[in-house]
Design a protein around this ligand. Structure first.
Ligand code: ZN
Length: 242
């Protein structure tokens, strides 16, 4: 079992993928900028792990590219208000990356009201005024995909999703083909590329292996956090009951 102290690093696969776009002359831009020619909108939805997100942010900085990290306020996997997590988000931004909100509309009966609550929280915590957000598992939301949330655009609007090429690693694979194989890449057209950090840190074989590996890390971190919060916790008991 890996220890919680084992460093999380991005893989060569990630670096090679991004280098391919750099070498092809792609310009990495913020959502909202004009999509012409070799424009890359690099998007990272953070469904699982801010620690892994930070490693991808550091790698982006090393490679000299900017991505947009969309972070959840209502996710099951991390608490955005936790101090350590707030610090991780600020460190992602300190690595010359853009931060914004990854919004799950299914959490609220009133999608616009829910969005207002989360935007105010996110902007308040990080002193931002976010303009473009991404939506977590959009589902029926895609039926009216050009609807704004408040004043904000989102990444499933036509201008980012249908008018330019969209590639995603959802589920741990490029379901609709590798981005280099797309007509857009071959003809030097704009690309919107969604990469979830959970698939690009560590070298494993199947989506399930990646997710089990992440769950192990969470278990170790949870043990340490439990000890921080309750000195009477006997760490050994975890192993005895595991
Ligand atoms: Zn998501």
């Amino acid at each position: 079992m890996p220890s919680q102290n084992k460093p999380i690093v991005t893989t060569n696969r990630y670096e090679e993928l991004i280098r391919g776009f750099i070498e092809a002359g792609y310009e990495f831009k913020a959502f909202g900028k004009e999509a012409v020619g070799k424009t890359m909108f690099l998007r990272h939805d953070i469904d699982f792990c801010l620690h892994r997100a930070l490693e991808v942010a550091k790698t982006n900085k090393k490679l000299g590219v900017t991505g947009t990290f969309f972070i959840m306020a209502s996710g099951f996997a991390y608490n955005l208000l936790d101090k350590e997590n707030q610090d991780l988000v600020r460190q992602i931004r300190d690595n010359d990356q853009i931060i914004s909100l990854h919004y799950d509309p299914t959490v609220y009966d009133d999608i616009q009201r829910g969005f207002e609550i989360e935007k105010n929280l996110f902007d308040g915590l990080f002193e931002e005024d976010i303009k473009v957000i991404s939506i977590h598992r959009p589902g029926p939301f895609l039926d009216e995909n050009n609807t704004r949330l408040g004043e904000c655009e989102h990444t499933y609007m036509d201008k980012y999703f249908n008018d330019i090429k969209y590639c995603s690693d959802s589920g741990g694979r490029f379901k609709y083909g590798h981005p280099y194989e797309t007509e857009a890449f071959k003809s030097e057209q704009p690309i919107h590329l969604l990469l979830h950090p959970v698939w690009w840190t560590h070298d494993l074989n199947t989506p399930t292996e990646f997710l089990l590996n992440w769950q192990e890390e969470v278990a170790y971190r949870t043990i340490d956090k439990t000890l921080d919060n309750c000195k009477t916790f006997d760490k050994k008991a975890f192993w005895e009951t595991a």
